[in-house]
Write a new protein. Structure first.
Ligand SMILES: Nc1ncnc2c1ncn2[C@@H]1O[C@H](COP(=O)(O)OP(=O)(O)OP(=O)(O)O)[C@@H](O)[C@H]1O
Ligand SMILES: [Mg+2]
Length: 254
């Protein structure tokens, strides 16, 4: 197997007496879709947010391409090609859709314009339309403010943004919870298409049939520990459920 793009080594996270993660080792390899599942409060978002630079581990380290990465902010992780769809979406409701897609990485015109710092609105709007076509989101215009969108439309904007910019890995925390059936299927296709270009996707979801169908590998967290690592072809959804609920003993695949 090729070298991992992301290695989380011995990650623990504590908030006072809350021990959200215990010594978690989690790798992400090129081109794979990894499901990260577990009950409410199991530590899934905490792990993803640590990889994304949004939280800092109490102990342990994150390596990107074998080198230790100490992301102080999510912006630093994004600059390293790590894009995240956060569970709370992290969109700016007062800005338009296209401005959200380019938040923090605005296209500036070249030459004299660059010196003045003019933003190339036309280029950003054109690219936004293309990015969102991939999610097949139904919206009137990318000029709409995100605050006016439905929950599902917002989720599609967050997915479109992550997929457009994630060059090393895309982390998705419940990306389809607010989506209709057709759009869920579309996001599943998009995840497979991103992975087929070599960019791995980590998918957190409570929708087990979807995880089972779209993922190459499924990692189960139970009370802050990894208790199973399974491949859908060797396991059933019922077995995954038994690890999630803690009724099965640990099983970590070779
Ligand atoms: N900022 C915080 N301060 C204190 N405790 C926190 C904080 N964030 C998360 N926790 C705790 O850490 C544990 C793991 O939470 P986390 O959000 O990672 O769970 P999760 O697996 O993503 O759950 P869900 O499926 O409900 O989203 C929980 O016990 C939660 O209460
Ligand atoms: Mg969560």
């Amino acid at each position: 197997m090729s070298a991992p793009i992301i290695q989380a080594k011995g990650i623990s996270k504590r908030w006072g007496s809350v021990h959200a993660l215990h010594e978690v080792d989690f790798n992400v390899y090129p081109g794979e879709v990894v499901g990260l599942v577990g009950d409410n409060g199991a530590g899934k978002s905490t792990l993803i947010n640590i990889i994304a630079g949004a939280l800092h581990p109490t102990t342990g380290s994150i390596l990107v391409d074998g080198k230790e990465a100490q992301f102080k902010t999510p912006t630093e992780a994004r600059d390293a090609g790590i894009e995240t769809v956060y569970q709370d979406l992290a969109l700016a409701p007062d800005l338009t859709i296209w401005a959200n897609l380019f938040l923090g990485r605005e296209i500036v015109k070249g030459g004299l314009f660059k010196w003045i710092g003019w933003l190339d609105r036309k280029a950003m709007i054109e690219r936004s339309v293309q990015d969102l076509e991939r999610t097949q989101i139904r919206i009137a215009s990318v000029g709409q403010r995100v605050g006016r969108l439905s929950g599902g439309q917002r989720q599609a904007v967050a997915v479109g943004r992550a997929v457009a910019w994630g060059s090393r890995v895309v982390l998705m925390d419940e990306p389809t919870a607010a989506l209709g059936v057709e759009q869920q299927a579309r996001v599943a296709e998009l995840i497979r298409s991103v992975a087929s270009h070599g960019v791995p996707v980590v998918l957190i979801s409570h929708n087990l049939p979807q995880v089972y169908e779209v993922c190459d590998r499924i990692v189960v967290l139970f009370r802050g520990r990894i208790v199973a690592e399974l491949r859908p072809r060797d396991t059933s959804i019922d077995q995954i459920v038994s690890y999630i609920t803690g009724s099965s003993a640990s099983k970590v695949a070779e």
